[in-house]
Design a protein around this ligand. Structure first.
Ligand SMILES: *Cc1c(COP(=O)(O)O)cnc(C)c1O
Length: 456
C-alpha cells in the first residue's frame, strides 16, 4: 500500500453536495456594505449582477447545498480528479515527509475553475440569462467560463487583463474556440476602461480594472449577468468538491494531512481543497494546518489590512470585509497572473483573522525553481500559480527533514502550465527577478484606502 502512487475514485464518488464552511465557523463573516451608504446590504442588492440561485448560495447558512444533477453530469467529464503520492519528489528532497497532491489540471480548461464555471452558467441559464460578462487574469477563469457557457448556450464576453492578453495568446484562442469574445482590459468599451486609459494609455491592467468593466456591462444590460471566478462565497462553495474527494482519497491512502497547502489568488482553490478538511478541525478539533500561499509582490494576506474594501478598482462592487492592499493597488507584472488581485475572499479573510488558517508569501523565483523540480520528478508541468503551493510544500518538506518528522503534506495542484510556457521561458532565460514590496510601497498602498474600517 505504501508504494501506491495514484488514488482514483469512481463516478459515484463525485460529491452530491457542496460544503458551506460558514455553518461551522465560530465567527461568521461580517455583512457586505452598500458602496455609497455604507449600510449592510441584503441579497436583493446583488440581483442586477447575479441570478437568484447563486445569490441564495452566497448568503446561505446551511452546511450542505445540493449539487444539481445536470451539474454533476458535466462534472463527470473530468471528475473525480486523481490524487497522487509524490514518491519521486519525496526521494529527490530526501525528506521523511509524505507528500500528496490533488490534480485539478485534468479539467477541459486545465484548472479547478470549471468546478464553479459550470454551476454558475447553469443557474444563469435556468433564469433565462443570455449573456455573461467576466474578467480574467491569466486566462484560466475566462477559458473555464467560456467552456461552461457554451454548454448551456449562453454568450460569454471576457475582459482579459492587458498584460496577460499580450503574454498568453493561446488562452484567448481557447476562449474563442468555445465561442467567447475576448477584449483586452482596460478597453474603450466601458466608462471604467476609458477612465483608466485616460490616466495611463499603456496601463498593463489588473483584475480589479477588468472586474469594473465586466460589472459595468452587466449592470447596464437586462439580459446580461456578471460572473466572478473567485472571492465570493458561492464560488468557494462550488470548489469544495476538490476537498471532499481528497478526503476520501486520503482515507484510501490511510493518511490524514498535517498540513494542507494551496496557492492563493482570491481563495477559491485554497477553500476548495481545505474547507472539507477544516470541517474536521472546527467540528471535531482535529489538528490541521492550512496554509495559503501568495506572491511577495501581491501580499494582501501577510502584509495587507483587514477592513472593508471594494472588490474592483473603480469602486462599483459592494464593500467586503477582507484582507486587502487597497482596491487601487496594481501589482507588479509577475507571471502568475491569477494571483495578481488586491483582496481576498470574505470567508478566508475571517478564518485568517481568527487564526484558523495561515498565510505565507513566496517570491516568484523560488516558485519556478520548485515547479521545475516538480515537473522533473512528477512529470506534470504546473501552472505558474500552482508553483506557489509547491514551493511552500518544499519548504515544509525541508522542515520535516530538519526535524526528522514524517509529516503528511497535501497540496492542491490547481492547474497545468501547458499554456504558460512563455513564463517558463522567462525563468529559464533569467528574465524573472526577485520581487518583494518595500515597507514604503506597502504603506503608500495602504494610505490610499478610504473605505470604512471594521469595528473592533
Ligand atoms: C485562478 C487561479 C488561481 C487563483 O485563484 P484562487 O481563487 O485563489 O484559486 C490559482 N491557480 C490557478 C491555476 C488559477 O487558475
Amino acid at each position: 500500500m505504501s508504494n501506491q502512487t495514484k488514488f482514483i475514485l469512481s463516478e459515484q464518488d463525485i460529491p452530491e453536495k457542496w460544503y458551506n464552511i460558514t455553518a461551522d465557523m465560530p465567527n461568521k463573516p461580517l455583512p457586505p456594505l452598500h458602496p455609497a451608504t455604507h449600510e449592510p446590504i441584503g441579497p436583493d442588492a446583488l440581483a442586477p449582477l447575479f441570478p437568484m440561485g447563486l445569490i441564495e448560495q452566497e448568503v446561505t447558512s446551511d452546511a450542505w447545498v445540493e449539487i444539481p444533477e445536470e451539474v454533476r453530469d458535466i462534472y463527470k467529464v473530468w471528475r473525480p480528479t486523481p490524487l497522487y503520492r509524490a514518491h519521486r519528489l519525496e526521494k529527490a528532497l530526501d525528506t521523511p515527509a509524505k507528500i500528496y497532491y490533488k490534480y485539478e489540471g485534468v479539467s477541459p480548461a486545465g484548472s479547478h475553475k470549471p468546478n464553479t464555471a459550470v454551476p454558475q452558467a447553469y443557474y444563469n441559464m435556468k433564469e433565462g440569462v443570455t449573456r455573461i460578462t467576466t474578467e480574467t487574469g491569466a486566462g484560466q477563469w475566462g477559458s473555464a467560463l467560456a467552456f461552461a457557457c457554451n454548454l448551456f448556450g449562453i454568450h460569454c464576453e471576457v475582459y482579459m487583463v492587458r498584460i496577460s492578453y499580450d503574454q498568453k495568446p493561446y488562452r484567448k484562442l481557447m476562449m474563442n474556440t468555445w465561442g467567447a469574445d475576448v477584449y483586452p482590459s482596460p478597453s474603450d468599451r466601458t466608462h471604467a476602461g476609458r477612465q483608466i486609459l485616460a490616466q495611463d494609455a499603456a496601463s498593463p491592467g489588473s483584475l480589479g480594472i477588468a472586474i469594473s468593466e465586466a460589472v459595468e456591462i452587466a449592470a447596464t444590460h437586462d439580459d446580461t449577468k456578471y460572473s466572478l471566478g473567485s472571492v465570493l462565497n458561492h464560488v468557494l462553495l462550488h470548489q469544495t468538491v476538490i476537498g471532499q474527494e481528497a478526503l476520501k482519497q486520503m482515507e484510501m491512502a490511510g493518511d490524514f494531512p498535517d498540513i494542507i497547502i494551496a496557492p492563493f489568488g482570491g481563495g477559491s482553490n485554497f477553500a476548495g481543497i481545505s474547507f472539507p478538511f477544516l470541517r474536521h478541525k472546527l467540528v471535531e478539533g482535529k489538528k490541521l494546518r492550512a496554509i495559503a500561499v501568495e506572491p511577495t509582490s501581491c501580499p494582501k494576506l501577510t502584509r495587507g489590512v483587514f477592513r472593508y474594501d471594494f472588490g474592483d478598482t473603480v469602486g462599483m462592487t459592494p464593500l467586503l470585509p477582507m484582507y486587502t492592499l487597497g482596491h487601487t493597488f496594481i501589482p507588479a507584472k509577475i507571471h502568475a497572473g491569477g494571483l495578481r488581485y488586491h483582496g481576498a475572499g470574505v470567508i478566508v479573510s475571517q478564518l485568517l483573522k481568527d487564526n484558523i488558517i495561515e498565510a505565507v508569501a513566496v517570491d516568484q523565483l523560488e516558485t519556478f525553481e520548485a515547479g521545475v523540480l516538480f515537473a522533473k520528478t512528477e512529470g506534470i508541468i504546473p501552472a505558474p500559480e500552482a508553483n506557489y503551493g509547491i514551493a511552500q510544500a518544499l519548504r515544509e518538506a525541508q522542515i520535516a527533514k530538519e526535524e526528522g518528522v514524517a509529516k503528511t503534506i497535501l497540496f492542491n495542484l490547481c492547474g497545468h502550465g501547458n499554456f504558460d510556457m512563455a513564463s517558463y521561458d522567462a525563468y529559464f532565460s533569467g528574465r524573472l527577478q526577485k520581487h518583494e514590496m518595500t515597507q514604503q510601497e506597502i504603506e503608500a498602498a495602504l494610505a490610499l484606502i478610504d473605505t470604512p474600517a471594521i469595528p473592533a
